[in-house]
Write a protein that binds this ligand. Structure first.
Ligand SMILES: C[S@@+](CC[C@H](N)C(=O)[O-])C[C@H]1O[C@@H](n2cnc3c(N)ncnc32)[C@H](O)[C@@H]1O
Length: 216
């Protein structure tokens, strides 16, 4: 198979990010602050090119496919400008989207204005703040690796557990192989068990999607 120079660039960048994550995990929250994300959105609309990228579209569709049919309510962590939120709403789901960036949230609000009370958007720092309510599924896509190491991710396991209804789902999607370390962490306390896991080897960037289910 012929690999384009763009694929090569993206793969090299992804490899560096995977290794960078392992080396700098504990320092990442110092860099990836709420100000960092807010500045990113102020400088540029759709900073990760979610609207146009075929790679992201394919990843979104795979993530959608992983959602069990019975799921009606979703807490989407790091909903950004609402591109994936819109796909969830088009599937008939009710979504509570949270993000640290007010600019991203106001763009999401505009994008999703026709979905009425099926969508709620809220500014919330998942590592420091909390909300009310329980959901059928919690979705964390391309966000947990920004938050830090085990000391941040493990308390989140408790938060996710608390905000899921009995037998609710936790759906995780992150780059691979580093994302697997995060996804495995959520099974360490034996309160979630794995229902499905898929690793996609993509010319741009490998990623892993894991569906966990709350015990009991
Ligand atoms: C790479 S984007 C992923 C967006 C979306 N989940 C997706 O997969 O298309 C990460 C998002 O997480 C948000 N974010 C970062 N840290 C956060 C935190 N502590 N609490 C809530 N949102 C956060 C950022 O503002 C950004 O919109």
């Amino acid at each position: 198979m012929k690999i384009s120079s763009r694929d090569l660039f993206l793969r090299t960048k992804s490899k560096a990010e995977n290794w960078g994550w392992r080396v700098f995990t504990n320092f990442l929250p110092l860099y990836f602050t709420d100000k960092h994300f807010e500045n990113l959105y102020r400088q540029k609309r759709d900073p990760w090119n979610y609207e146009q990228s075929d790679f992201e579209r394919e990843k979104y569709l795979k993530t959608l496919e992983a959602i069990p049919e019975e799921v009606e309510t979703i807490w989407e962590i790091g909903c950004a400008e609402g591109v994936f939120t819109e796909l969830l709403l088009e599937q008939g789901k009710r979504v509570w989207g949270v993000d640290v960036s007010p600019t991203a949230l106001s763009r999401a609000q505009e994008r999703l204005k026709n979905f009425g009370d099926r969508v709620h958007l809220q500014k919330l720092d998942i590592a420091r703040e909390d909300l009310e309510g329980t959901f059928d599924l919690i979705l964390a896509s391309e966000i947990l690796y920004y938050l830090g190491g085990k000391e941040v991710l493990q308390p989140l396991e408790e938060k996710f557990y608390r905000h899921l209804r009995p037998s609710g789902y936790l759906l995780l999607c992150h780059f691979y192989p580093s994302g697997k370390i995060i996804h495995d962490l959520y099974q360490e306390n034996h309160r979630f068990y794995k229902v499905a896991e898929e690793i996609t080897y993509h010319p741009h960037r490998d990623y892993i999607i894991t569906l966990l289910k709350k015990k009991g």
